[in-house]
Design a protein around this ligand. Sequence first.
Ligand code: F3S
Length: 64
Amino acid sequence: MRIIVQNTKCQGHARCASHAPHIFKLDDTGYILPGNIEVAEGEEVTASRGARSCPERALKLDRE
Ligand code: F3S
């Protein structure tokens, strides 16, 4: 599973990182770092929760 990061939508709410700081890495100003995120096996549920918590819908799940 992969998370597609849409940086232009991120407003720095940091809810993603509050669910899973080891998956959703933020920069010094609290915005998500650019680049899609490859989710490790066993982390899918946590990653999904974090992605769905974003009020700006900046994080899309890609289950391919
Ligand atoms: Fe940004 Fe959404 Fe996370 S606004 S910091 S991607 S909760």
